[in-house]
Design a protein around this ligand. Structure first.
Ligand SMILES: NC(=O)c1ccc[n+]([C@@H]2O[C@H](COP(=O)([O-])OP(=O)(O)OC[C@H]3O[C@@H](n4cnc5c(N)ncnc54)[C@H](OP(=O)(O)O)[C@@H]3O)[C@@H](O)[C@H]2O)c1
Length: 306
């Protein structure tokens, strides 16, 4: 596996790299230059960056930061350069197809990071990479950063947050980490926790066409939240992956803390874009189905929003 020329490797005793930010220059290609992809490109502007678009066009983006300052970013198209990181920031449903579009270049990649919401795509990618005998490490990540696209080229940084990543499948025990990412040992648990909250807030806000806070303040919506949260919590217990928090309480707290926000699913519905629910509630339905368990509330919401 060819390495890029510069980055030193952090030696670690364990399988998981040390949870540190590495200031050394990394070479990173970003596949999916939408809201989060563009924001990460801006965070990583000191690294050697490449972009990948569907049509191999030049990646010209503008990031408007939280002080309303516009920053212009131009990323050369990734061709055959050896890179430390291939970061996929498409929507969950586009992940495998996007990765397959660069299949020929994967021998040049040291680490692949899926930085998305939802579940199901990580295992799809892992299975496919195994078939390809790809030797890159597979990482998964979740972010509480907030960004949205004003148009194809302009992205607004709406709210700062944290980005956690962890190994999904490792071929090599070491890696240098791009700045701003925190390495954790329990990424699957964290992704599940985020998925559980998204499985409650996202479909309900989309069905009721309401902002997050109305799930708390509106009696009928609050009741629906409690019922859905109970079904999702029980689902994780049945799957023998119990959440270590009360999902009703956590969902109410998150909805209250983000009261003025429109969930990404509501935004997708309002803009008539496909939602990611098939990788959130749909994922839970498929997992439960394997144990002959039905999730009627999840299924009804998914049907209403399909
Ligand atoms: N936005 C946020 O604040 C936020 C926060 C946390 C997590 N997330 C998660 O991050 C992921 C991405 O969300 P997002 O809001 O950034 O979505 P987005 O703005 O729709 O960006 C996705 C990008 O991927 C591109 N894409 C799709 N398929 C591709 C392919 N085959 N080749 C190259 N590019 C491809 C899309 O291009 P087209 O425009 O041509 O389709 C688009 O630019 C989602 O899982 C989301 O849940 C988002």
């Amino acid at each position: 596996m060819p390495y890029s020329s510069s980055p030193p490797q952090i030696p670690t005793a364990s399988r998981t790299p040390a949870p540190s930010t590495d200031e050394a220059t990394q070479s990173i290609a970003i596949l999916g230059l939408g809201a989060i992809g563009t924001l990460m490109a801006w965070h990583w502007r000191e690294h050697v960056l490449y972009g990948i678009t569907r049509d191999n066009s030049r990646c010209q983006r503008t990031l408007i930061d939280q002080q309303q300052t516009a920053h212009s970013l131009t990323l050369p198209t990734w061709q055959h350069e050896a890179i430390d990181w291939l970061v996929i920031t498409t929507k969950a449903s586009a992940t495998l197809e996007a990765l397959q579009s660069v299949a020929n270049q994967l021998p040049q990649v040291q680490n692949i990071l899926l930085l998305q919401n939802g579940m199901g795509q990580q295992q799809q990618v892992s299975d496919w990479l195994s078939q390809q005998q790809c030797s890159a490490n597979l990482w998964a990540g979740i972010s509480t950063e907030g960004a949205y696209r004003q148009n194809t080229e302009q992205v607004v940084y709406a709210g700062s947050g944290d980005t956690h990543i962890g190994l999904w499948q490792a071929q090599h025990p070491t890696a240098s980490i791009p700045n701003g990412l925190t390495v954790v040992d329990d990424i699957q648990q964290r992704i599940r926790a985020k998925l559980a909250i998204n499985a409650v807030i996202n479909p309900l806000t989309a069905v009721f066409r309401c902002r997050n806070g109305e799930l708390v303040s509106h009696d009928e919506y609050r009741q629906a939240l409690k019922e859905l949260a109970t079904e999702v919590q029980q689902c994780f217990e049945t799957l023998q992956q119990p959440l270590n928090f009360d999902l009703t309480e956590r969902s109410l707290a998150v909805a209250e803390a983000t009261a003025a926000n429109q969930s990404s699913t509501l935004q997708d519905v309002l803009h008539q874009r496909p939602t990611e629910l098939d990788y959130i509630n749909g994922y839970l339905i498929r997992q439960a189905q394997q144990l002959n368990i039905e999730l009627p509330l999840n299924r009804r919401l998914l049907a209403q929003l399909s």
